[in-house]
Design a protein around this ligand. Structure first.
Ligand code: FMN
Length: 199
């Protein structure tokens, strides 16, 4: 069986002290131990921030690719590199801290660069949305200072957002989420093996 290509996204500002990075790295180690994967492409978004959306970039996103000029081509460079990274991958391993109940802003910006009309999704003649990428699995690693069990159930926004946006606008429907919770508790010890026991 051909080996699978992995795209590893790191989005925590805390470098090697990051638990989401620790968990996403442990997920990759598990997959490696099963001899399932070949190349791993690592993108640490804290080393090179994705651009925010702005008026000219949005204009370039929606332009007919054949009429994109040199300036717009330059603006689209980051977005094109993200599309290429995802296209080349069979598996996405995404780590994110919980910040203010949401995902890392770097990850949200990266998603805003990936999702593009005509590139990751389009519409058929009946105006039904059709996604253009499929067959890739996402492993999501979320680190939070608190524990989900201590909050109202409707305070879960990260996994639900990631699942919804990749399903609606990219075509990736298989998302498996792992959580490392309570990281700010005194004396907290990460037990990645226990979290990943079912993987
Ligand atoms: C600015 C900021 C906001 C945070 N917001 C939350 C939050 O809303 N809920 C929570 O449980 N923990 C919150 N935390 C704690 C982090 O989720 C926790 O430290 C987590 O381990 C960060 O991920 P990392 O270890 O990958 O950096 C926040 C931390 C920071 C720095």
């Amino acid at each position: 069986m051909p080996k699978k290509q992995v795209l590893h996204l790191i989005t925590s500002a805390r470098g090697n002290a990051s638990y989401s990075k620790g968990l996403s790295t442990a997920i990759i180690a598990r997959l490696q131990s099963r001899q399932e994967i070949g190349t791993i492409v690592e993108r640490d978004l804290t080393e090179a921030f994705p651009p925010f959306l702005h008026s000219d970039l949005i204009g370039a996103f929606y332009k007919d690719p054949l009429s994109v000029d040199e300036t717009e081509r330059h603006l689209l460079q980051y977005a094109d590199s993200v599309v290429k990274d995802v296209s080349n991958a069979d598996i996405l391993v995404i780590g994110t801290p919980m910040y203010n109940l949401g995902m890392s802003a770097l990850l949200k910006s990266w998603i805003d660069q990936l999702v593009r009309f005509g590139v990751t999704y389009g519409y058929d003649e009946n105006w039904v949305r059709k996604c253009k990428m499929n067959g890739k699995k996402i492993y999501l690693a979320i680190a939070s200072g608190g524990r989900m069990a201590d909050w109202p159930a409707d305070n879960e926004f990260i996994a639900s957002h990631i699942k919804a946006v990749f399903n609606a606008y990219v075509g990736l429907t298989e998302v498996q989420t792992f959580r490392i919770e309570g990281t700010v508790a005194p004396g907290f010890q990460a037990d990645y093996e226990k979290i990943l026991a079912g993987l």
